[in-house]
Design a protein around this ligand. Structure first.
Ligand SMILES: [Zn+2]
Length: 457
């Protein structure tokens, strides 16, 4: 890890754009808007995640450990964007900041750790109730069939979502987003997938949109109509695939309700052929694709690469040729160790194999009621360190900049650089390694979401 000192206002053009920004809109006006001008100073460790010399795409191999730490760092945010990054000493000497300091909302980070807000690139927040029957029965050793017979399993989530109003689902999603925010997450990918009818999938996406508009962070929505084949289509899955391709995808695209289409491609879910059909429909309607792959069994990834997926998620089972292929592409391997933990599995995705081969790796919570009921990115990072042997630095980069790449938002998210969205999290600790170390605890004391400041407590 190298320390670095930057000039606070980095370039004359940035300085003039900053002054221009202020001259057309006086700073005092920012106070009356939701986005104030914020100056964070005295960050003991400011984890910038700024680009490394080599990297032009997602972080791979040794680059995943480069956090770009500035000791005693400072960040200036105006109008929802980061405008400059450097040391506190440089910031406080800067003529522009000296002149306008009284008009800035100043946050003294008191030597604590500041990171880019976490990017949780895989969540399923549109559900009504926790699946406590599944939880208890699984502990007793019940099979999937026994859990379903006892009233648990995915069908219990389906019924509740189909019966729920959009407003009720919106409240659930918003509550989850607020919990995520309290743990330092500022960008969330949110999937539908517990309705599995045209109406209830669109209703789920609508709930995501409404919740997103009431939350200061950023939400990326994904249509997961192809989560499982619903019971009523059990013996004619092709008919259901046609509903996904010919009704759900076109309607979601027309109403701009989703940016991505996801498919659960695995044993007991959708076949590779069905997945290709769904990907083709997504592409036809201008939506990007991502997929749950290799969670339960190995699926060959090669046939899907022509669709340029943003991410393959889970990847517990992958062959060596596919690892080599992924190492040459920007498709991110999104690992979700929370699911392995909660299901009590003895094995986890082989993160070291991916990282050492040069595959870009991201971490996400997979927040869902059946297999990973956690909203905590620090928990996912802790599991990544203890169970998948990722270093704390690798876990941080996987939870920030590579999560942003997994959502195709790396131009705006995932690092603390001038020009990017002002998404920051402050942790009440002295060293970034404490984030995954204190597992199960939340040390996030404050976060900034697109320039909106929220404190915890
Ligand atoms: Zn998932």
């Amino acid at each position: 890890m190298r320390d670095c000192t930057l000039n606070f206002i980095r370039s004359p053009s940035l300085q003039s754009s900053l002054l221009h920004c202020v001259s057309v809109s006086p700073l005092k006006e920012y106070k009356t808007k939701t986005r104030s001008a914020i100056l964070l100073i005295n960050a003991g460790q400011l984890l910038t995640l700024r680009p490394t010399r080599q990297a032009t795409g997602p972080r791979r191999g040794p680059d995943l450990r480069e956090l770009g730490i500035i000791n005693d760092g400072a960040v200036l945010c105006i109008g929802g964007k980061i405008v400059s990054v450097g040391t506190t000493k440089d910031a406080l000497r800067d003529p522009w900041i000296r002149k306008h300091r009284k008009q800035l909302t100043e946050i003294d980070c008191a030597s604590k750790v500041v990171t880019p807000g976490f990017v949780d690139s895989h969540t399923h927040p549109v559900f009504v109730r926790p699946r406590l029957v599944d939880f208890e029965k699984r502990i007793e050793g019940a099979s999937y069939e026994q859990i379903a017979a006892a009233g648990g399993g995915i069908s219990s989530s389906l019924q509740a979502v189909r019966n729920a109003s959009t407003a009720a689902l919106t409240d659930k999603v918003l509550a989850a987003l607020k919990d995520m925010a309290a743990h330092g997450t500022t960008t969330v990918e949110a999937k539908s997938g517990y309705g599995l009818t045209l109406e209830s999938e669109l209703k789920s996406l609508e709930a995501i949109r409404k919740a997103a508009s009431a939350w200061p962070g950023t939400v990326v929505s994904t249509l997961l109509g192809a989560h499982v084949v619903p019971k009523e289509f059990q013996h004619c899955s092709q008919k259901y695939v046609e509903i996904v391709c010919k009704e759900m995808i076109p309607r979601a695209a027309r109403r701009s309700l989703a940016q991505f289409v996801d498919v659960f491609c695995d044993k007991g879910a959708f076949t590779p052929e069905e997945t290709e059909q769904i990907f083709a429909a997504a592409q036809e309607h201008g939506l990007s694709v991502r997929a749950h792959m290799g969670q339960l069994s190995e699926t060959l990834l090669a046939p899907f690469l022509r669709f340029d997926p943003a991410s393959f998620d889970h990847l517990d089972h992958v062959n060596d040729d596919d690892v080599k292929r992924l190492a040459m592409r920007n498709t991110v391997a999104t690992l979700v160790p929370g699911a392995n933990y909660f299901l009590g599995l003895k094995t986890y995705p082989d993160a070291r194999r991916f990282i050492d081969a040069g595959v870009p790796v991201a971490l996400a919570t997979d927040y869902n009621p059946g297999t990973s009921p956690t909203i905590s990115m620090p928990m996912a990072m802790s599991l990544a360190c203890t169970q998948m042997k990722m270093s704390p630095a690798e876990a941080i980069a996987a939870a920030t900049i590579n999560g942003a790449w997994a959502l195709r938002m790396a131009d705006r998210k995932g690092s603390i650089e001038p020009g990017k969205d002002a998404d920051l999290a402050v942790f009440d600790i002295d060293d970034y390694r404490e984030i995954p170390y204190w597992f199960g605890a939340n040390h996030c004391s404050l976060a900034v979401f697109n320039g909106v400041l929220e404190t915890r407590g």
